[in-house]
Design a protein around this ligand. Structure first.
Ligand SMILES: C[S@@+](CC[C@H](N)C(=O)[O-])C[C@H]1O[C@@H](n2cnc3c(N)ncnc32)[C@H](O)[C@@H]1O
Length: 301
């Protein structure tokens, strides 16, 4: 059965956050099912939208629209692609990070612990390494880091230990085997959430999602016009912290720079001081939106 490709989170809030100019140039860094892109196009009169996705499966969601340029590639190469298309600066960029529902609902891609399949988890299907390769060749320390930093597991070292021992007998290549190995380490009450976190951690590592986000943020700052908007929805506390600090300071080191008089020299003005989350109504209609966190900043004039 064909399930819905994706339901965009915080759609109204994020589109409002872009403060669209009808003839402006915009970037949707994460096209997915195209919900955000379609909402942007609906408000543009003329103008131009560059929509990125590294997953070629999204091609089937592309609307026919002359104002839309789809970019099949990783958003971490934003500057290169913009140069290629002759765009010097744009008026706003939206990024709705992570994976789409389609990724989770497609049994064969290994993103979800709900379906037994190969441990694939590649967002870009042309990439050569899979999650199974990480489990096959990472050291104990590296595996521990993945589960501790991206999964926030206190028992990360134990998890790494169990996986290293198990792979000495046989490679861990399927979702089912990984779940069987992790399950005894997790509490029954939180098992599903914990498995989801463990899978998310592996996915973030494999697809280098944090590095890609860092690259995107620094390039976006450079490419935004003065007064342009940066709008980011994240689903992981580490990513949200990165976005928050970047918007506050304009750098990845989260270093607040001040002038002689103590004024903050950040290149951004925060549009929402407090992070925006889905309303109770949205969460009820779309439970998967629950962890979405939206931040909006404007580049100083
Ligand atoms: C949460 S979905 C976006 C959903 C979209 N906003 C919508 O309305 O349907 C994230 C999408 O971004 C893509 N993606 C994630 N990281 C990417 C990256 N570094 N470069 C390009 N695309 C990426 C994924 O393949 C996925 O399709």
């Amino acid at each position: 059965m064909e399930t819905q490709y994706h339901i965009p989170a915080l759609l109204r809030e994020s589109i409002e956050g872009l403060a669209l100019k009808p003839g402006g140039i915009y970037v949707d860094a994460t096209f997915g099912g195209g919900g955000h892109s379609r909402a942007i196009l609906a408000q543009l009169q003329g103008g131009r939208l560059y929509s990125f996705d590294q997953d070629e499966e999204v091609l089937k969601n592309l609307p026919e629209d002359k104002r839309l340029q789809f970019v099949h590639g990783n958003f971490r190469f934003l500057s290169n692609f913009m140069r290629y298309y002759g765009v010097e600066k744009f008026d706003g960029l939206l990024a709705d990070l992570g994976v789409s529902f389609h990724h989770f609902d497609q049994a064969g891609r290994g993103f979800s612990f709900r379906f037994d399949a190969d441990l694939d988890m590649r967002m870009n299907q042309r990439a050569t390494r899979t999650a199974a390769d990480i489990l096959a060749d990472y050291s104990k320390e590296e595996l521990c880091r993945v589960f501790r930093v991206y999964g926030e597991f206190r028992q990360a070292a134990k998890m790494a230990d169990v996986l290293i021992k198990a792979r000495q007998e046989q490679d861990i290549r399927t979702v089912g085997r990984l779940v069987d190995l992790l399950r005894p380490l997790l509490s029954r009450q939180t098992e599903k959430k914990d498995l989801a976190r463990a899978f998310q951690a592996l996915r973030i590592e494999l697809n280098q999602e944090v590095r890609a986000l860092e690259d995107l943020l620094t390039q976006a700052l450079d490419l935004l016009k003065p007064g342009g908007r940066l709008v980011v929805i994240s689903y992981h506390s580490l990513e949200d912290r990165l976005v928050k600090n970047f918007m506050k300071t304009g750098n990845l080191e989260a270093e607040v720079k001040k002038d002689f008089y103590g004024n903050n020299l950040s290149p951004f003005i925060l549009v929402n001081n407090k992070v925006l989350v889905p309303s109770a109504e949205e969460q009820e209609k779309n439970p998967r939106s629950r962890s979405a966190r939206l931040r909006i900043a404007e580049k100083r004039q």
